[in-house]
Design a protein around this ligand. Structure first.
Ligand code: SF4
Ligand code: SF4
Length: 437
């Protein structure tokens, strides 16, 4: 096989021909909206990848436009020719990743995060404990008062301010591995805890388990589950993503569940496409397809079970910021809004361009801070028009990004940002045990 053939295989070159260059995707693309250049549009990026596959340009020529893509996949929803942009993007990221000559320090940091930290429950627990200690000990207040957070690299100090309140080690230890259905048993579900969700949004995870149980689900938390691999796949580390997927498929098979439930749009999208990782490997491909069939977002399952009744009133105007991956990959559109409409007293106001990315996109807001803030500014202009007192989200990255937007707009005393599950729990028949963030 020649080098060019190998390259074409990696970048899914044949799929680039599905694009007929019509441009219908351009108005849906947030980076085209803010950057206004063809190379930062879906059509332009596909063209660049095609030219790379034909040997007309080098990997270095596609690097910047591809890295500035949010991976939100709004272009896929807009495309009348069903171009599989996500697969073209991941192939391009893989070849960029292979060619990158990174500094030694960056390589080591990435290796530590991707190979050791995210896949390890022990390490993610430790990260959660450290965050709790940092907040509880007064170190966070001190760091903020003395502007110490400003010296953190990559604008991490900015995001530190919007971190949710971390769960204590005692609260973490109390996580059950099994919870029976309260009332009628309608299904047996496996809960995907996630790595970031479990370490930084542990209380939301706890409430998800509780809510599922109230909604008629028997909930199991397979102990051998691990990180979904989304961050790995989206940064071109396909082999690492494959290995994590194999561990999860195995763990949930052993748990013998009807559904694999997640509460984070980004993780859910990864789980919903596990079969893409095993094309050409018949045994794993078949197992991955079964897993994909069972994989579902918590809001879609609650809607499907249709058993949960909201008994407590919430007198508040809210708006909803959907996670791109939940919308454009999992195709969960109306379920969250329909659940919100069942809460007594709640007024839902739709945000203009609500299906536009908020600019969070994994770690995009950290590595491309300025571009991400331009996208966030557009989102905030639409959010403010709703005059809502709460923004509901379904993904940890979106939640932090919207919190940041609200803080930047000086609205932190007027508007809260809440995960959908946390809000539903406020209205559900049983009270939540922990205070909301
Ligand atoms: S990706 Fe789809 S919508 Fe965009 S230019 Fe190509 S064919 Fe048209
Ligand atoms: S994934 Fe999002 S940012 Fe990237 S090209 Fe498609 S619409 Fe634009």
């Amino acid at each position: 096989m020649t080098d060019l053939n190998e390259l074409q295989e990696k970048i899914n070159y044949p799929k680039t021909f599905d694009c007929v260059q019509c441009g219908y995707c351009l108005p849906a693309c947030p980076t085209y909206e803010t950057m206004q250049t063809e190379t930062h549009s879906p059509r332009g990026r596909i063209n660049l990848v095609k030219m790379l596959g034909e040997g007309k340009i080098g990997v270095e020529d596609i690097q910047e436009p591809i890295e500035k893509c949010l991976g939100c996949r709004a272009c896929e929803t807009a495309c009348p020719s069903n171009v599989e942009y996500g697969q073209i993007l991941e192939g391009a990221k893989q070849v960029i990743e292979e060619q990158k000559k990174q500094g030694k320090v960056k390589q080591q940091v990435e290796k530590a995060l991707f190979n050791h930290m995210f896949p390890s429950r022990k390490w993610m627990d430790a990260a959660g404990h450290l965050t709790w200690l940092y907040q509880k000990s007064g170190l966070q207040t001190l760091a903020q008062l003395t502007d110490l957070t400003k010296i953190a690299p990559l604008q991490l100090g900015t995001f530190e301010k919007v971190l949710p309140k971390a769960a204590s080690p005692t609260e973490r230890k109390a996580t059950p591995s099994f919870l029976p259905a309260k009332g009628k048993r309608l299904a047996r579900v496996g809960f995907m805890s996630g790595c970031i969700m479990d370490s930084l949004f542990h209380s939301t995870n706890q409430r998800t388990i509780e809510l599922l149980s109230i909604a008629g689900a028997e909930v199991v938390l397979p102990k051998n589950q691990t990180c979904c691999g989304a961050l790995h796949a989206h940064s071109g580390k396909r082999e690492a993503a494959r290995q994590l997927a194999q561990r999860n498929i195995q763990a949930f098979e052993e748990a013998e569940v009807d559904y694999v439930v997640n509460n984070a749009g980004g993780c859910g999208a990864m789980l919903a496409e596990y079969d893409h990782l095993f094309e050409g490997e018949p045994s794993w491909d078949a197992r991955a397809k079964v897993f994909v069939e069972k994989s579902i977002d918590v809001s879609a399952l609650l809607h499907q079970l249709n058993y949960l009744e909201f008994t407590r009133e919430i007198d508040e105007v809210v708006t909803y910021q959907p996670s791109c991956h939940m919308l454009h990959v999992q195709k969960v559109l109306q379920e969250p809004v329909e659940l919100l409409s069942k809460i007594p007293g709640l007024e839902y106001r739709e945000m203009n361009k609500k299906d536009r990315c908020c600019g969070s996109a994994g770690i995009y807001n950290v590595v491309h801070y300025e571009d991400s803030m331009s996208i966030l500014n557009n989102k905030m202009a639409n959010m403010k028009q709703t005059q809502a007192a709460a923004v509901i989200t379904t993904n940890p990255g979106c939640l932090l990004q919207m919190k940041l937007g609200i803080q930047r707009a000086g609205l932190q005393d007027k508007v809260r940002v809440v995960h959908l599950v946390d809000l539903l729990m406020e209205a559900a028949p049983q009270p939540g045990k922990t205070p909301l963030n």
